[in-house]
Design a protein around this ligand. Structure first.
Ligand code: ATP
Ligand code: MG
Length: 427
C-alpha cells in the first residue's frame, strides 16, 4: 500500500504511476486529470494487449468516445452504499473542514435518500436529477416506503414538508453537489445503455483489464463520478478476494494519481486498512501532505499515511513540520570531531562524538528531482533514484505509443470542433 507525496512536476506520473502500470500483472485502475502525454497515453497501448481497456471520460479529457457505461447506482441499493455515493458528491465539492455544516449534512442526507429511492427500484440516475429539480415531488418518498426503507422515507418526508426556505436551501445545495450530472453527456456514462458494454467491477477484479478514470478537477467537475467508480472497484475487489481464498492473484493495482483533485474518496484512510491483505494495491499520489489534510482532515491524512506500508517522499516538501518529522524518522548518526589545542606544554588532540541528523529538514526540502525517500515497514529510511519510464529501455516502444495516443486525442478534439463549426454555419 503506497502513498507518494511529491511536488508538482517532480516525476510522480512518469516515475511512479506509469512504471507501476506497465509492470502490473493484474487489473489496473488509474485516476487522472490529464490525458495527453501522461499516464493514459503512455500505458493504453500496452494495457490493450493484456485485456480490455475501459475508459470513463465523462468530461472528455481524452475526447474518448463513449464506448462503455457503468451503473453508478449499483452499490446504492442499500442505505450505506447510497450514503457513500452521496458522500462522493459532497467530498468532490467541498473541503473536509466545511463538509459537516448543517446545509452540507442535510443536502448529503437528501442526496443519499434520493439515490436509495432510485437504486432500489432500478431507476436511472436521471430520475434523481428530476426529483432534485422538484422538491415537492412525493415520488421518492413513496418509492422508499415501497422498498421498505421507512425511516429514510420519513426523514426525506420531513425535509420535503419542512419550511419552504429550508427545504429549498437543502435541495439547492444538493443540486450543486450533483451538478455534474445535469450535463446529459456526463450522465450518459453512468446510465444504463443496452447498446454499449457495461463495466462490471466484480468481473474486473479477476480480469487483466484496465479502467481509466479521467476527470477535470475543481467544483462542478465529474470527479465525484471518478471517486465513486474507484471506490466501487476497490470494494468489489476486496469482496472478490474474500470469496476466493483471501487474496486477489494476480493483485489489482489502483493508481490514484492526483487523488486529492479527482478521487476524493472520503473513507480512503479506512479503506486502506482493508486493501493490503486482499491483494488490492492502492497507490495514492499527492502533491503535499497538506493537500491530503485538506481532503481527509488531519486525523484522516494521518491514518492514511500510517496505513501505507510504503511511503515515498519526493522533492519540494515545503511543509516545515512534515520535513522535520521525516528528518527525525531518517534518524541520527554520530559524527566524530577532532579538536586540537595548543598550550605551553605542546599540542593536545581530543576526539569527541556528536550526534547529528543524517538528513536535516532543509536537505529533505532540497531533494533533487528524481530522488525520493522510501519509508517502508521494517527497514531504515532509504534514498532512491526514481527510474522514469522514459529512461528505461522500453521507452523505445512506450514513447512512440504515447505519441500516437496523444495524436489521436488531438485529432478527436479537432474533429469535434470542425463538426461544431459546420453545425454553427448551417444553423
Ligand atoms: N518523455 C519525457 N522525456 C523527458 N522528460 C520527461 C518526459 N516526460 C516527463 N518528463 C519530465 O519529467 C517531469 C515530471 O513529469 P511528470 O508528469 O511525471 O510529473 P508529475 O509530478 O506527475 O507532474 P504533475 O504534478 O504535473 O502531474 C517533467 O517536468 C518533465 O521535465
Ligand atoms: Mg502527474
Amino acid at each position: 500500500m503506497v502513498v507518494a507525496i511529491m511536488a508538482p512536476r517532480s516525476g510522480k506520473t512518469s516515475g511512479l504511476a506509469i512504471p507501476a502500470i506497465l509492470s502490473a500483472p493484474g487489473p489496473v485502475l488509474l485516476t487522472s486529470n490529464k490525458a495527453a502525454n501522461d499516464a493514459f497515453t503512455a500505458t493504453v497501448d500496452a494495457r490493450a494487449e493484456v485485456g480490455t481497456v475501459w475508459t470513463l471520460d465523462p468530461q472528455q479529457i481524452a475526447h474518448h468516445p463513449r464506448e462503455m457505461w457503468w451503473d453508478i447506482l449499483a452499490d446504492a441499493r442499500d442505505l450505506a452504499g447510497a450514503k457513500r455515493l452521496a458522500g462522493h458528491f459532497v467530498s468532490a465539492s467541498v473541503d473536509e473542514s466545511s463538509g459537516s455544516d448543517f446545509w452540507s449534512t442535510a443536502a448529503s442526507n437528501t442526496l443519499g435518500a434520493l439515490f436509495l429511492a432510485a437504486a432500489s427500484h432500478r431507476r436511472p440516475i436521471t430520475d434523481v436529477l428530476a426529483w432534485l429539480a422538484t422538491p415537492a415531488d412525493r415520488t421518492p418518498v413513496d418509492l422508499l416506503t415501497d422498498a421498505g426503507h421507512d425511516s429514510v422515507a420519513a426523514q426525506l418526508q420531513g425535509t420535503v414538508s419542512g419550511a419552504t426556505e429550508t427545504r429549498d436551501g437543502i435541495f439547492e445545495t444538493a443540486r450543486q453537489y450533483a451538478s455534474c450530472l445535469l450535463d446529459p453527456d456526463v450522465a450518459a456514462w453512468v446510465t444504463p445503455n443496452e447498446d454499449l458494454p457495461e463495466f462490471k467491477p466484480f468481473a474486473f477484479a479477476t480480469s487483466r483489464d484496465t479502467l481509466y478514470l479521467l476527470s477535470k478537477d475543481g467544483g462542478g467537475s465529474a470527479s465525484a463520478i471518478i471517486a465513486a467508480a474507484a471506490d466501487a472497484v476497490m470494494r468489489a475487489a476486496v469482496i472478490v478476494a474474500e470469496r476466493s481464498g483471501g487474496r486477489l492473484d494476480p493483485p489489482a493495482l489502483c493508481v490514484l494519481d492526483e487523488a486529492a483533485n479527482v478521487c476524493r474518496i472520503s473513507d480512503l484512510p479506512d479503506l486502506y486498512s482493508h486493501l493490503g491483505s486482499r491483494g488490492v494495491i492502492p497507490m495514492t499520489i499527492l502533491q503535499s501532505y497538506r493537500q491530503g489534510q485538506r481532503c481527509w482532515g488531519e486525523a484522516g491524512m494521518d491514518a492514511l499515511y500510517s496505513a501505507a506500508t510504503i511511503k515515498i517522499i519526493g522533492s519540494g516538501i515545503d511543509d516545515a513540520d512534515f520535513a522535520d518529522r521525516l528528518s527525525r524518522q531518517v534518524g541520527d548518526h554520530d559524527v566524530q570531531t577532532t579538536s586540537v589545542s595548543t598550550s605551553e606544554g605542546g599540542k593536545s588532540t581530543s576526539v569527541s562524538m556528536r550526534t547529528e541528523r543524517i538528513l536535516p529538514p532543509d536537505a529533505i526540502r532540497a531533494l533533487p528531482k528524481g530522488k525520493v525517500l522510501l519509508l517502508a515497514t521494517g527497514i531504515r529510511v532509504a534514498m532512491l533514484n526514481l527510474r522514469p519510464w522514459y529512461k528505461e529501455p522500453s521507452a523505445k516502444v512506450v514513447g512512440p505509443a504515447s505519441a500516437r495516443a496523444t495524436k489521436a486525442i488531438t485529432e478527436r478534439a479537432l474533429a469535434k470542433t470542425i463538426g461544431h463549426d459546420d453545425f454553427e454555419l448551417s444553423a
